[in-house]
Design a protein around this ligand. Structure first.
Ligand code: ATR
Length: 277
């Protein structure tokens, strides 16, 4: 039985095992996908387990998306994202060689989630809150969609400044100030807890804006609830999560020397699976 893992800390909330185990079953693949809470110094050992064949592939979540990078043989990510969330083995049947490859499927997940609801970023004013693990992937994806401006605000200024070094076109905004925008994206962890509140004065935002939260559990953070009350369009991170997982599954199922893997279906059943928690 092939074994897959999602690693992170905390990891309890992860719905990746549910999704991947469902897809493995649907595609008649004998494999099991588990979650594992790890510490920074466990990472080397886990990568060795991939090398020795004990583990077939892993997904990586907060806070290890950057720290796994030095352990890999090949990193195929947009460099600016500095973020790997999917690790798998690339086998060459002819030479017998094995390479441990890291990819970033968050950028694609974010892009597909917007295509799914037909939201067009081109020419729009985007306001990003946060400068955490997933933020660089989102900015990278956004830049490809050609917005007119990307503003970014983070409580800790240094982290925002670090992102600006990677993405010089970013316009940094002081934490607590909100500028005029078409779409606002919460990439902070504020909202995971029930009483979490972002510093936004909803009375001064205008109308018909688009509020996107990367968080999908809870389904509606205060950020989205308040926005909805004021009549704005809202979207949580569920479809981004599902699409990043779909791409990870495809990478996990690439056969040696083959070009593509299996693209598992996203249907009502799959989406319902994620509702029951
Ligand atoms: P990491 O910082 O390890 O990448 P993350 O969960 O990916 O962790 O990111 C946390 C994000 O949420 C950061 O942007 C963080 O802001 P800081 O850089 O100032 O820490 C933000 N965040 C978390 N708690 C917050 C709070 N109480 N107020 C404002 N921002 C908060």
């Amino acid at each position: 039985m092939k074994k897959y893992l999602v690693i992170g800390n905390p990891i309890d909330h992860s719905l990746s095992p549910k999704l991947h185990n469902y897809w493995f079953k649907k595609n008649n693949i004998k494999a099991i996908y588990e979650k594992k809470q790890v510490k920074e110094n466990d990472i080397g050992g886990i990568i060795s387990d991939i090398r020795s064949g004990k583990i077939e592939g892993i997904n990586v979540t907060v806070p290890f998306k950057k720290s796994v990078i030095p352990f890999l043989d090949k990193v195929e990510i947009p460099e600016k994202t500095q973020s790997v969330n999917t690790i798998y083995i690339e086998k060459n049947n002819i030479t017998g060689s094995k390479k441990i490859v890291g990819r970033n499927t968050d950028t694609l997940g974010f892009k597909y989630s917007l295509e799914h609801i037909k939201y067009n970023v081109k020419g729009k004013k985007i306001f990003v809150l946060g400068a955490g693990g997933v933020t660089s992937s989102i900015i990278y994806a956004l830049e490809e969609m050609e917005p007119s401006i990307i503003m970014l605000s983070n409580r800790t200024k240094e982290k925002a400044e670090n992102l600006k070094k990677l993405f010089p076109k970013l316009e940094l905004v002081k934490w607590g100030d909100i500028r005029n925008f078409d779409m606002i994206i919460n990439t902070t962890s504020l909202g995971l807890k029930e009483n979490d509140k972002l510093p936004i004065n909803y009375d001064r935002i205008g109308s018909d804006k688009f509020f996107y939260d990367v968080i999908y559990n809870p389904k509606k953070t205060n950020f989205l609830l308040e926005a909805k009350k004021s009549g704005h369009q809202i979207e949580n991170g569920k479809m981004m999560f599902v699409y990043q997982a779909q791409e990870a599954f495809r990478l996990f199922t690439i056969a040696p020397n083959a070009r593509a893997g299996l693209v598992p279906s996203i249907n009502k059943k799959v989406l319902q699976l994620l509702e029951n928690d």
